[in-house]
Design a protein around this ligand. Structure first.
Ligand code: S3P
Length: 433
């Protein structure tokens, strides 16, 4: 697919429901007793993987447009699936569902596609095993995971990596264990699980860096609403900020501060992004966001991003790298070694692709550095089957001089089906002056 330079983005749009939030609502819907009704459920392939697994575990799942209805008899009552569960490309599916699979009276195997089967699972196998789970991972660390469900014991666990997936896995497993399970989180990661537990009637407490649940707990089915995914909207936001004459409104967007690190950095630098109708829905902050072109923020954007910023913008680093080619002071990313364990090795994917486009970039074990004063001309990039690389470099195409060819655009469907159509819809040619 060839992406040509764009002249202006304009319109009012919505993006698909938040992927992280949809996974959690779907899994909690399966663990809860009764009826869970979810509006705005993500259309991403990843979230359909979660729903397909939930269905295989004996829950009734009904989809009507973007709304999903789940009927379950609770986590104790899920059934052994006839075949191995397929998490597809989705790390959140396998890591969060493993909590349920480890604690229900069932035997299952769960695996994923080629990319997921190379991603690290020891980070969840280790705490779950300490809780008494019986899990065998390939080579002790990769999918498939063969899980023989059993009664789990509570745990106090300090996270060795800043990972919302590991945190959520331990908290969900804690719901089934008798007593208090605590996760100690020194660096804040996305907090969607913590926010929604009480909505499902579960006791949850946060004291400083200690997050606790009490089990055995019986979550109750409820009604929840999913906001638009900030990690999907960010491609449009960055494009509108960079393409002269653009003005774009994105309605019903999730603006959870543990997810919106890049939005905050942009606004702190003076980018013209306004948040209207700020409200709270299902314990999550929502807003309607308007973005206007204004390149002056490029001079004020911090030249180095590291430390506690990283978990709050981890999925946005590929598009941040594209933006980095325009920043007046260049861009350095540090403390982001986790990027090497995503759908692709994202440090390598970014470095190889920007290099292929003629951008000077230096690779480090935990990040990269893009010197200032460069120009994105054009060329061909490889997605490595990674949805966020495909979408980030589509935006690179829009702001490039000569356009960019993307080898495998269809992988965008992993998080954002319809991404290229929506991009076409809001792209305008300049009106004659
Ligand atoms: C996610 C957490 C992050 C993120 C991923 C989704 C989640 O992963 O990169 O896209 O939904 O909890 P880690 O928990 O591995 O940091």
């Amino acid at each position: 697919m060839q992406i040509e330079p764009a002249q202006r983005l304009e319109g009012a749009i919505e993006v698909p429901g938040d992927k992280s939030i949809s996974h959690r609502y779907g899994i909690l819907g399966a663990m809860a007793t009764g009826h869970t009704s979810i509006t705005g459920f993500s259309t991403s392939k990843d979230c359909w993987s979660t729903l397909a697994c939930v269905e295989r575990l004996g829950c009734s799942v009904r989809k009507v447009g973007d709304d999903v209805e789940i009927e379950s008899d609770g986590w104790r009552a899920v059934k052994s699936p006839e075949q191995s569960l397929d998490a597809g490309n989705s790390g959140t599916t396998i890591r969060l569902l493993s909590a349920l699979l480890s604690s229900a009276s069932i035997k299952t195997t769960i695996a994923g596609d080629e990319s997921l089967n190379r991603r690290p699972m020891a980070r969840i196998v280790e705490p779950l095993t300490r809780m008494g789970a019986r899990i065998v991972a390939r080579d002790g660390k990769f999918p498939p995971l063969a899980i023989d469900g059993t009664q789990l014991a509570p745990i106090c666990y300090e996270l060795p990596v800043a990972s919302a997936q590991v945190k959520s896995c331990v908290l969900l497993a804690g719901l089934t264990a008798s007593g208090k399970t605590t996760v100690i989180e020194k660096t804040q990661s996305r907090d969607h699980t913590e926010r929604v537990l009480p909505v499902f009637g579960v006791r949850f407490e946060k004291v400083g860096t200690e997050l606790s649940v009490w089990g055995p707990s019986e979550p109750r089915g409820t009604q929840v609403h999913v906001p638009g995914d900030i990690s999907s909207a960010i491609y449009f936001i960055v494009a509108a900020l960079l393409i002269p004459g653009s003005q774009l409104r994105i309605n019903n967007l999730g603006v959870n501060p543990t997810r919106s690190g890049l939005l905050t950095l942009l606004r702190n630098s003076g980018a013209r992004i306004s948040l209207e109708n700020q409200r709270e829905v299902s314990s999550e902050p929502w807003a309607d966001v308007t973005v206007r072109y204004d390149a002056s923020f490029l001079e004020n954007f911090p030249e180095r991003i590291e430390g506690s910023w990283i978990p709050n913008l981890i999925d946005e680093i590929p598009i941040l790298a594209v933006l980095g080619t325009r920043l007046k002071n260049g861009l350095q990313i540090g403390d982001a070694a986790e990027l090497r364990h995503k759908e692709s090795d994202r440090i390598q994917s970014i470095v190889q692709n920007l290099s292929a486009l003629g951008i000077e970039i230096e690779e480090y074990p935990d990040g990269f550095a893009i010197p200032p004063g460069q120009q994105l001309r054009g060329g061909t990039i490889r997605t490595f089957g990674d949805h966020r690389i495909a979408m980030s470099f589509a935006i690179a195409g829009l702001i490039s001089q000569d356009g960019i060819e993307i080898d495998e655009p269809a992988c965008a469907d992993i998080s954002f089906p319809g991404f290229f159509d929506l991009l076409n819809l809001v792209s305008r040619t300049a009106s004659p002056s």
